[in-house]
Design a protein around this ligand. Structure first.
Ligand SMILES: NC(=O)C1=CN([C@@H]2O[C@H](COP(=O)(O)OP(=O)(O)OC[C@H]3O[C@@H](n4cnc5c(N)ncnc54)[C@H](OP(=O)(O)O)[C@@H]3O)[C@@H](O)[C@H]2O)C=CC1
Ligand SMILES: Cc1cn([C@H]2C[C@H](O)[C@@H](COP(=O)(O)OP(=O)(O)O[C@H]3O[C@@H](C)C(=O)[C@@H](O)[C@H]3O)O2)c(=O)[nH]c1=O
Length: 288
């Protein structure tokens, strides 16, 4: 089996690379491409490379993930998150590979009142209504996959965190070392997704021959403030965290007030354990 990994230099890409290098007992070859090896928006190069490699599986971890930046750099964000993904979907049909792709909780409406309406979170089939332009481009990418590929896995994840690359937990650790006090929003609810768990889920779905859309995140519901507090508690760092409302932390892009993903579908499959967010945090901090 030939596995192609796109966006191999990002946080999820690096977790995949680590996993594929480690689990040597499986019979596969894999080629990782960072953004400098292969720009997925260069359509001719992308098509030529995938045709040459005769991939069985293409894992797309490449994305434009700067949520605030996407509000301004609209064309670029759309090209990476929708245009290139649409081409990958077409190629998956023409060249006959399975496409594994990642999307986000930001495709959903994220209304505060949805917390009581959907206590387990948004299901895979809940109507999309992206909260910001990044979310819009990710939704367009998902839709192109459903329209053009018949052999795909789309995993939606939220608040992605892992040992590699940049994420909220690592930002908190960095800021906590530099400052005595921080302000963190306490009115946006969701749950972090740990990269090691996403890779494990994706691998299990691939091995099981599954297709379609799945939600993968940790168990529990919390705010970014709760997450920041727990990071400092676990690390025994004395940092004062002030809970603030989203209004006190203005950003270019709107953020959802509630963006829990319902993981019932993936959790029903053997081998897809949903770990509680605190346990996931502990494991990640140990890995760091
Ligand atoms: N981070 C998060 O909190 C969340 C992420 N997701 C989704 O999960 C997936 C993985 O995200 P994550 O690993 O955190 O993202 P990162 O930003 O860490 O990594 C994305 C990678 O894509 C690369 N890339 C960007 N543009 C291109 C391009 N045109 N061609 C090739 N590579 C490109 C980047 O390279 P370079 O840095 O050189 O530009 C980077 O290495 C994405 O689909 C994202 O939308 C979903 C929910 C939450
Ligand atoms: C650094 C910082 C952030 N915040 C707030 C801003 C924001 O509402 C929240 C999280 O900050 P981030 O910059 O990590 O947020 P953001 O970049 O929006 O994170 C998102 O990334 C994209 C790619 C996704 O798909 C989402 O699932 C989500 O993980 O915390 C504070 O309140 N205080 C702080 O000191």
């Amino acid at each position: 089996m030939m596995i192609i990994l796109l966006g191999a230099g990002g946080q999820l890409g690096r977790e995949w690379q680590h996993f594929l290098e480690r689990s040597g007992e499986e019979q596969y070859d894999f080629i990782p491409y960072s953004s400098s090896d292969l720009d997925i928006t260069r359509s001719d190069e992308l098509a030529a490379e995938l045709e040459k490699r005769q991939a069985d599986v293409v894992i797309n971890c490449a994305a434009y993930t700067n949520v605030d930046g996407a509000e301004k750099e609209r064309e670029r964000a759309r090209k990476v998150n929708a245009g290139a993904v649409s081409q990958l979907a077409e190629l998956s049909t023409v060249l006959g590979f399975k496409l594994i792709h990642y999307s986000t909780d930001y495709v959903f409406p994220g209304r505060a009142e949805d917390r009581s309406k959907y206590p387990q979170g948004y299901g895979e089939d809940h109507p999309a209504a992206p909260v910001n332009f990044y979310g819009q481009t990710k939704w367009e990418g998902e839709q192109a996959i459903r329209a053009k590929s018949s052999n795909f896995l789309v995993l939606r994840v939220s608040w992605l965190c892992g040992a590699y690359g940049a994420n909220f937990i690592k930002t908190m650790l960095k800021l906590g070392r530099e400052r005595k006090a921080l302000q963190v929003v306490n009115d946006q609810l969701g749950s972090p997704t740990f990269t090691s768990s996403v890779v494990q889920h994706s691998w299990t779905l691939l091995q099981g021959g599954h297709t379609g859309t799945f939600h993968s995140t940790s168990g529990g519901l919390l705010t970014w403030y709760d997450l920041a507090k727990s990071v400092f508690e676990e690390e025994e760092m004395e940092v004062e965290v002030e809970a603030v409302s989203s209004d006190a932390f203005p950003t270019a892009a709107r953020r959802p007030r509630f963006s829990k993903l319902n993981t019932g579908k993936i959790a029903s499959l053997p081998g897809c354990e949903i770990i509680d967010w605190k346990e996931g945090l502990r494991r990640m901090l140990e890995q760091l």
